[in-house]
Design a protein around this ligand. Structure first.
Ligand code: 3HC
Length: 703
């Protein structure tokens, strides 16, 4: 059955797109639309056509799943030109998400009406694409080149009021049924003798002002991250074409540029992440327990950040810290996060007051009673955490989910001190917890499926991406970080300056180099964790540079010096004394210093990640390579446009990765560079992590 229906309502033709869950414009939808549009346009009894998307939204865009396949007609931009050419008024009835190709469909319609729940936008850039079905050519004709560029290069949607103010909506509808209201609007248009009104007939506004100087200035004003996106440059080129060429030629040019984007590795990476981020939050199918009341134990940076995230998402929070001063400081931090969210326009003042009112505080652990979820965020020490969990076991109701925010400790050993290990898991948040989107949800042996489902549902409620991982030192993210950081540390001993390593990795796309990150997190933190690490390699070079700095009290930003020196305004500068300090330590450890190339810096850091990731997959600590990618992109500043470490390895080609690993094995020794058996096997048979995962899924579904 076609996902598109044509219903006659008197003189009106109602075209309904019904392609759950989001009415994506897949090939059957485009084909169905083509037939419905032609039939309605040619039917002499039809005086106007209303386009409606069934379900919760109008149309969320082109079907992203089709973008890796050969394109099948009708092309969307051709279909929309046919829609716009209709000889009777076409009215788009907008509600919910009206995005990408969906908004382009609305722009090709003659009149647009919308209910207040509408969200309108062109988010293609987030997939490394540009609007390829006329959006770049039509939108500026309605709102000008600058407004259109801002909307398209940011990819951010606009809500109802803003859409009305921009002139994107001709008729603002009320809260009620969108179809009935749109049909009445269409009747009104017929009664008033309204005719088709085509955006393509409008001139490009201020064509003189949209000259080379305007576009040069626009390019100059782009942020560093926008400049890194190849799609942004192509959007600007498409807009330049729209400003200078006749409508049809500009449309064809935008289509060519869209195709270039679609074939780019950046877009492939971003599309991979689109599905990976959605796939990772899938649970075991078990039902989640209801959570409205959360207790957070420990009001330090992590605890107060987690509490902030919970209250801004509508949960009630009891924040507990046995130290009154720490509790006070935690509440002050929470308040200041709320204030800053209001200042940045991310939170309405009333919502901030309501969030603050949802916080209770206590210095007594017994106050957690009655909570449905407890998140422990006390000092990172096994004995302390076990003591807390013993007490929680005594005071919490049966069925309360007990989560530890440990980043490295053994969740099994924490769960084992309770009489309810089935209710215990890890919820590893990332700092600052009210900002970072990732939560590693750590499954211990006895953790029940409902407990996992509950943690995943809470992560989603907090607007975060929860990824289920297995229990081992550092879980997925930090375990890989240790391998990445290890190579960074060894290369410093071997003569690469910290700022050079940071620069090479930042130019490659990492949000921050490892040494700048170390200074930000505090070098004392890692130092303390390593003292507790039972499985650290017996190697005097292991994290030695960090340890030397920590032993000198150079903890990073908080002490004004670490790998860098920090100015009063927080700017980082290389420390001229550091090379000598590192050289002396290298000499003491008999490490020969030498020239290290940029390629070696990249390969040793990135392939160490990939090799550890492959071991993590072998051991079943991560469920899929895509989960590892989601973790590294959302928790560790890995560039989205590279898709995550495992996706990146696939794009390099596993044989090439393996060859480099063998080279470092020969040069550096087998201790750190023995290839993971999985990587070796896949590279040898010409497979990739993605094809390995696809094979496993096929086997699972056929079993
Ligand atoms: N194509 C294919 N599948 C899509 C899709 C799309 N455009 N949009 C959403 N889906 C799928 C999701 O993968 C998910 O599938 P799953 O249930 O199997 O995991 C399901 O629809 C529901 O999506 P979400 O879980 O994301 O639902 P939410 O309610 O959280 O969010 C949304 C809804 C805001 C519409 C969000 O899905 C979204 O942002 N979608 C992408 C929108 C987009 O980027 N559109 C532009 C596409 S490119 C384009 O139009 C090119 C054109 O210019 C030619």
């Amino acid at each position: 059955m076609s996902p598109v229906r044509l219903e006659k309502r008197g003189a009106l033709a109602l075209i309904i797109i019904d392609n759950p869950p989001v009415n994506a414009l897949s090939q059957p939808v485009r084909e169905g639309l083509w037939h419905a549009i032609v039939e309605a346009d040619e039917d002499a009894a039809v005086e106007a056509i209303v386009l409606h998307g069934a379900g919760r939204n109008f149309i969320a865009g082109a079907d992203i799943r089709e973008m890796d396949q050969p394109h099948r007609e009708p092309y969307l931009y051709v279909l929309l030109s046919r829609l716009e050419a209709c000889r009777k008024p076409v009215i788009a009835a907008l509600h919910g998400h009206t995005l990408g190709g969906g908004f382009e469909t609305a722009l090709a319609s003659h009149y647009r009406c919308a209910t207040p729940d509408v969200q309108i936008g062109l988010p293609e850039v987030k997939l490394g694409l540009l609007p390829g079905a006329g959006g770049v050519v039509r939108l500026p004709r309605l709102i000008g080149a600058k407004g259109a560029l801002d909307l398209i290069t940011s990819g951010e949607p606009v809500a109802f009021e803003r859409a009305c103010a921009l002139g994107l909506i001709d008729r603002a509808l009320g809260e009620g049924d969108v179809v009935e209201q749109a049909l009445s609007y269409a009747q009104e248009l017929i009664a008033s003798g309204a005719s088709p009104r085509r955006v393509s007939d409008l001139p490009f506004p201020d064509a003189d002002a949209a000259n080379d100087a305007f576009f040069a200035a626009y390019r100059k004003g782009l942020s560093r991250s926008a400049r890194r996106l190849e799609a942004v440059e192509r959007i600007i080129q498409a807009m330049q074409a729209a400003a200078t060429l006749p409508f049809d030629s500009a449309l064809v040019r935008s289509r060519e540029l869209f195709e270039e984007c679609r074939k780019s590795s950046q877009s492939a990476a971003l599309r991979h992440l689109f599905f990976a981020e959605r796939g990772s939050r899938e649970g075991s199918g078990a039902a989640a327990r209801k959570v409205q009341r959360v207790a957070v134990l420990g009001a330090g940076t992590m605890g107060s950040g987690i509490a902030t995230s919970c209250v801004t998402s509508g949960l009630e929070v009891t924040l507990v810290d046995l130290e009154p001063k720490a509790l006070e400081a935690g509440v002050a931090r929470l308040q200041s996060s709320l204030d800053s969210a209001v200042k940045k326009g991310r939170l309405a003042p009333a919502a901030a007051s309501e969030a603050r009112a949802r916080v209770r505080v206590s210095t007594d652990l017994a106050a957690v009673a009655g909570s449905q979820l407890v998140i422990e965020a006390v000092y990172e020490n096994l004995a302390i955490k076990q003591d807390v969990f013993r007490k929680l076991d005594a005071v919490c109701d049966p069925g309360t989910v007990l989560a530890t925010n440990t980043s490295t400790l053994d969740v099994e050993r924490i769960a084992s001190v309770t009489r309810r290990p089935q209710d215990v898991l890890g919820m590893h948040f990332f700092s600052p917890a009210n900002v970072m989107r990732l939560v590693e949800i750590v499954r211990a042996r006895a953790t029940a499926p409902e407990t996992l489902a509950t943690a995943l549902a809470v992560a989603r409620r907090l607007g975060k991406i929860g990824v289920v991982v297995g229990n081992c030192f550092g879980f997925v993210g930090n375990r890989m970080l240790y391998a990445y950081g290890r190579e960074n540390q060894l290369m410093m001993l071997e003569g690469a300056a910290p700022e050079r390593i940071d620069r090479v990795l930042e130019e490659w796309g990492m949000a921050m180099g490892p040494n700048a990150v170390g200074d930000l997190a505090g070098l004392d933190v890692g130092y303390r964790v390593r003292r507790e690490q039972h499985n650290a390699p017996r190697d005097p070079r292991y994290y030695r540079v960090s340890d030397v700095l920590a032993e000198l009290g150079r903890y990073g930003q908080k002490t004004g010096r670490g790998f860098y020196l920090y100015t009063a305004t927080g700017e980082r500068q290389p420390d001229p004394q550091l090379p000598e300090l590192i050289r002396a330590e290298a000499q003491r450890l008999n490490v020969r210093q030498r020239e290290i190339s940029d390629t070696e810096i990249l390969e040793r850091c990135l392939y160490a990640l990939v090799n550890e990731g492959a071991r993590i997959l072998e051991e079943g600590i991560a469920a899929s390579p895509a989960d590892i990618d989601v973790i590294w992109v959302n928790g560790y500043g890995f560039p989205r446009t590279r898709g995550g470490p495992m996706f990146y390895a696939d794009t390099v080609g596993l044989p090439k990765v393996l060859e480099a690993i063998h080279k470092y094995e020969a040069e550096q020794g087998a201790q750190y560079w023995t290839p993971a058996p999985l990587l070796q096997e896949l590279a040898t048979r010409g497979a990739s992590f993605a094809s390995w995962q696809a094979e496993r899924e096929r086997q699972r579904t056929s079993a």
